[in-house]
Design a protein around this ligand. Structure first.
Ligand SMILES: Cc1ncc(COP(=O)(O)O)c(C=O)c1O
Length: 382
């Protein structure tokens, strides 16, 4: 990594890295120093709100939509701000024109945030098909593609990266196939964005939901929904945020009601939003744009080399994909007694997660070879 270097990142943005080995971005991303400063600046004014004016607050939201759009390769008009991933997935499930007899495909093993909103549609007769995983436990992409041939299949909901295996779905291929069959593709991007490159101007996706609190290194409370331009005006929310309408452009005449939805993705927002968290998300996206998701991915691959060498010695297995088509920064490892080894990692100052029988390691741009070497020592019982 050239700019900022790993050392610069550790010193300027993540100074606590001197004390702890943090490999848990798939759970909670740390707040960079610049992001904390952005949050503090909004909160300082919040204590004395006379220092704010309405245009400034609206500006915080507008800057965030622009930052998300730039990061994703979207247009600002395609971005709705949201407090988390679930919000966007629930919007998707509630606004798509799905009727009784239609089928939504969901890969079995998805994180619950991308399952329950779809299961709720069963109340109106929509079928939800939990497509079984392959023997390795990864999403069965071939099966998903085959099922698109069934005309009852109207939507596919999938995570960019699976939370419990790190498997990265080939969204280019799935997106092209969905476009070809007229099937909506909804993506839960929270486990991928920030370390796996993705641009919606190259990859056909209809709706994409993401919280900022993991790989995007943003605060709790920041997130967004991307809605493909042509769909924005086709999809009318069945709920009403008060700023989703044209009638609220002029704050001095709010009771001149005009129930016409805005023509951009703000129609899907539920304002008031947490301004300090939204400003924090913008700052974190700025940092990630400087580093570049491609560089993050290559840095992680470099770090994983050490783990792969060690796994070849046979004391533990890597159960996540390690090929460039499907790998990610989530590495699930299985030593013989995962729970005991996990406790030893914790005692050695390594923060990771235990998920579905594996130890989940999830490094970011500022982790080092020395840190991974320390993890390997513990995994091999040293
Ligand atoms: C795939 C996936 N989706 C969603 C979430 C979280 O959703 P939300 O941002 O709504 O809390 C997680 C993890 O917490 C996740 O791993």
């Amino acid at each position: 990594m050239t700019f900022p270097t790993v050392t610069e990142l550790r010193e300027t943005e993540f100074p606590w890295t001197r004390e702890r080995i943090y490999l848990n971005h798939a759970s909670i991303g740390p707040i960079p120093q610049r992001t904390q400063r952005a949050i503090d600046a909004v909160e300082a004014k919040r204590r004395d709100p006379g220092r704010f004016d309405d245009p400034e607050l609206m500006g915080i939201l507008a800057q965030a939509r622009a930052a998300v759009a730039g990061f994703l390769g979207a247009d600002t008009s395609e971005i709705a701000l949201a407090p988390n991933t679930s919000y966007g997935l629930n919007v998707a499930a509630s606004v798509l024109p799905l009727r009784a007899g239609d089928t939504v495909l969901v890969s079995d093993g998805e994180f619950p945030a991308n399952v329950y909103p779809w299961l709720l549609l069963q109340r109106r007769g929509v079928q939800v098909e939990l497509v079984p995983r392959t023997v390795t436990g990864w999403p069965d992409e071939e099966r998903l593609l085959e099922r698109l041939l069934d005309p009852r299949v109207r939507a596919v909901a999938v995570s960019f990266v699976q939370f419990s295996t790190g498997y990265r779905v080939d969204l280019d291929r799935l997106g092209r196939a969905c476009r070809g069959s007229g099937t909506f593709l909804v993506v839960d991007a929270i486990q991928g964005l920030g370390h796996c490159p993705l641009r919606v101007d190259r990859t056909p996706i209809d709706l994409l939901a993401c919280g900022a609190q993991k790989w995007l290194l943003g605060p709790w409370g920041g997130g967004f929904l991307y809605v493909r331009r042509d769909l924005v005006t086709e999809l009318a929310p069945a709920f009403a945020g008060w700023m989703a309408f044209r009638g609220t452009d002029d704050f001095s005449h709010l009771t001149d009601y005009d129930p016409t939805f805005r023509s951009d993705a703000r129609r899907f927002e539920m304002v008031t939003l947490p301004y300090q968290d939204i400003a924090g998300m913008t700052a974190s996206l700025g940092l990630l744009s400087e580093i570049g998701p491609d560089r993050v991915a290559e840095h992680q691959r470099g770090l994983r080399g050490l783990l792969e060498e060690a796994a070849a010695r046979g004391r533990f297995a890597i159960v996540s994909p390690t090929d460039r088509e499907h790998d990610s920064g989530i590495w699930c490892v299985r030593p013989p007694d995962a729970a005991a080894v996990f406790a030893r990692l914790r005692a050695a100052g390594v923060v990771a997660s235990l998920r579905e029988g594996s130890i989940r390691l999830s490094p970011h741009a500022y982790n080092t070879d020395d840190e991974v070497a320390r993890v390997v020592d513990v995994l091999e019982g040293r």
